[in-house]
Design a protein around this ligand. Structure first.
Ligand code: ZN
Length: 416
């Protein structure tokens, strides 16, 4: 995930001297990658922007340092916070029953972002999600009436992971503009920003959470959106305002009787949000395959990746797929999950200005097929999220890959 309104941040390596010099150790069958870089300075232009923001809006807080996931009151004990979280999860409306006549494909027209036309000024395809479904219908693998429409994640739903102060910080349009990396958003009243930007995201979060329930029932499910892997409990960034992956996992723990989850994050960017949220949680195993020389350069979060596979700029299809084969074999031997969350970003595509990898469209199809086979062979439910990758060609590539998954019976579109 991540966007390009600040091309200078994304298109050049502003921190060329910073490299990890980590070593790998085995701890109780879990491979822990240790990164010894001590700190991660923000790119200079971003620091300047933050400085300007703080000068102009001194009350603005991008993160809540005092919060912990799910605890909305600093007076809460850990037990209170756990009980509150559990109650919120048990009382959610997001986990509704999906009739068998529906396909395990989750999407709402609300996912697509239109913002008074300014989205057209940006190369980012803000209607990617709808176009994916359009191509699936065109390909003959999906009927419109079989698409599952999720509910919007409410404030109570979001508080399962997020702090109240973080959610409150989204009432600042400037803050949302920084998180989404779309500066013009700062100029609009927050009610408009809530309606046009954050509401679509909250619908996508509802889709990710529901996808785990559907995957458990059907074997696999795809949320045609979500995958906001740069957002953690108390900090957004890189176009990610809500931590849908962390939320999805916490709901699955409580509602699906699941105690071990594997995140397979194959977006081109390192997924620092879920890495921070599950930093000390041994129920979650993270395999992250990413370009180490691009955003977010989050060296602290890298410490929490169980299996780190670096694919430097310029990596081509064949080499990428060999590395993926090796990685999946290692992951399968290291951890025995009851649910796989697959973050299937398409910013690995050749030509993507942010990912800087050189994977062909067919390579993306093969990649997705390998991950689905990995889960199916072990009989593990799989949730796929579309995550980053916003070239105009991305929607077609994703739809063709899902079509291939359907043709090979790796996902059952169902319907009676
Ligand atoms: Zn990405």
């Amino acid at each position: 995930m991540s966007l390009a309104w600040f091309p200078s941040i994304r298109s050049t390596n502003l921190l060329p001297g910073i490299r990890d010099s980590g070593d790998e150790i085995d701890v109780s069958k879990r491979r822990i990658r240790r990164i010894t870089a001590s700190s991660q300075p923000l790119p200079v232009p971003f620091n300047l922007l933050l400085f300007f923001c703080k000068l102009t809006f001194p009350s603005l807080s991008m993160s809540d340092q005092s919060s912990s996931a799910g605890a909305s009151s600093s007076n809460c004990t850990t037990e209170d916070a756990d009980a509150l979280r559990r109650n919120r999860i048990l009382s959610t409306k997001l986990y509704f029953d999906v009739p068998p006549s529906k396909a395990p494909i989750i999407y709402s027209t609300s996912y697509d972002i239109s913002f008074l036309g300014i989205e057209k000024l940006h190369p980012f395809d803000s209607s990617k999600w709808g176009r994916i479904c359009g191509f699936l219908i065109e390909n003959g693998v999906l009927e419109k009436t079989r698409i599952v429409e999720p509910l919007e994640a409410t404030k109570d739903d979001l508080l399962v992971v997020h702090s109240k102060s973080y959610l409150d910080s989204l009432k600042s349009s400037l803050n949302v503009s920084i998180i989404t990396e779309v500066p013009p958003v700062a100029l609009f009243p927050n009610c408009l920003v809530q309606n046009k930007v954050l509401y679509p995201f909250r619908k996508q979060v509802g889709g990710t959470i529901l996808a785990a329930k559907l995957a458990k029932e059907r074997g696999s499910a795809i949320n045609v959106g979500g995958g906001f892997h740069h957002c953690s409990a108390d900090r957004g960034g890189g176009f990610c305002a809500y931590a849908d992956i962390s939320l999805c996992i916490h709901y699955a723990f409580v509602r699906l009787n699941i105690s071990r989850v594997m995140i397979i994050d194959l977006d081109a960017h390192q997924g620092n949000g879920h890495e921070k949220d599950f930093s000390r949680d041994r129920r979650v195993y993270i395999l992250d395959m990413y370009n180490p020389y691009i955003y977010p350069l989050d060296y602290e979060a890298r410490k929490y990746i169980d299996q780190s596979v670096e694919v430097p700029s310029g990596t081509a299809t064949e080499e990428y797929l060999i590395k993926l084969d090796e990685a999946l074999e290692v992951a399968g031997n290291a951890f025995d999950p009851e649910l796989v969350i697959y973050n299937a970003g398409t910013d690995i595509l050749d030509g993507d200005p942010l990912g800087r990898l050189k994977i062909s469209p067919h390579g993306v199809t093969i990649r997705d097929e390998k991950v689905f086979k990995f889960a199916r062979d072990k009989n593990i439910p799989l949730v796929m999220l579309t995550s980053g990758g916003y070239m105009k060609s991305s929607a077609r590539v994703i739809a063709d890959s899902i079509t291939n998954l359907s043709n090979k019976s790796l996902i059952t579109m169902g319907g009676t």
